[in-house]
Design a protein around this ligand. Structure first.
Ligand SMILES: [Zn+2]
Ligand SMILES: [Zn+2]
Length: 176
């Protein structure tokens, strides 16, 4: 959703509440695709806090679906959103800030709430997405999902980089 900056700067009372709407359905991050399945109902509170400063804040929780990092099974997870921004406004337009750079969430005379939501999702994104903590992943040899099927593949074949690391490790032990 977008909120017109003029709608806020023309306020006579101190703040205005808007029913929050998230218009993003999916996004990609680090080469993977994710869908936003659910966004908890939320309110955007916008206010003029003096000296031409516009303050905008909201909080919600998004339920996102993506693929497990190890076995690629679909996984749902929640990300907390808490946005709090202050921008300087003059004549109904946001004044660019040299330190904070151009604001990605300002589009002409509008504040793009979707952009703020996406920023927050990426900042609070889980480091690992796993279907279960001990997901066994996919067999690198035969491609079977090891959570549901077992295989007799020889997985002692080391990644060449790992083998190199072990060589260094062993020579280190010998010196000692
Ligand atoms: Zn998994
Ligand atoms: Zn296998």
């Amino acid at each position: 959703m977008k909120i017109s900056i003029k709608d806020i700067t023309s306020l006579t009372d101190s703040s205005k509440k808007f029913t929050g709407i998230c218009d993003i359905k999916d996004f990609s991050y680090l080469g993977s695709e994710f869908s936003i399945n659910h966004v908890e109902p939320f309110e955007v509170v916008a206010s003029m806090i003096g000296n031409g400063k516009l303050h905008i804040t909201f909080a919600t929780e998004c339920t996102i679906t993506g693929a497990c990092d190890r076995c690629l099974a679909p996984v749902s997870f929640k990300v907390m959103i808490s946005s709090d921004e202050t921008v300087q406004v003059s004549d109904g337009e946001v004044v660019p800030d040299e330190e904070l750079g151009p604001y990605s969430f300002i589009e002409g005379e509008d504040i793009n709430i979707d952009e703020l939501i996406l920023n927050e999702i990426l900042v609070n994104f889980p480091a690992k997405i796993l279907c279960q903590d001990d997901c066994k992943g996919i067999c690198p040899v035969c491609g079977k999902n090891r959570n549901t099927e077992s295989c007799d593949c020889d997985d002692t074949v080391l990644d060449p980089r790992m083998a190199q690391f072990l060589d260094v490790f062993n020579s280190f032990k010998e010196v000692k």
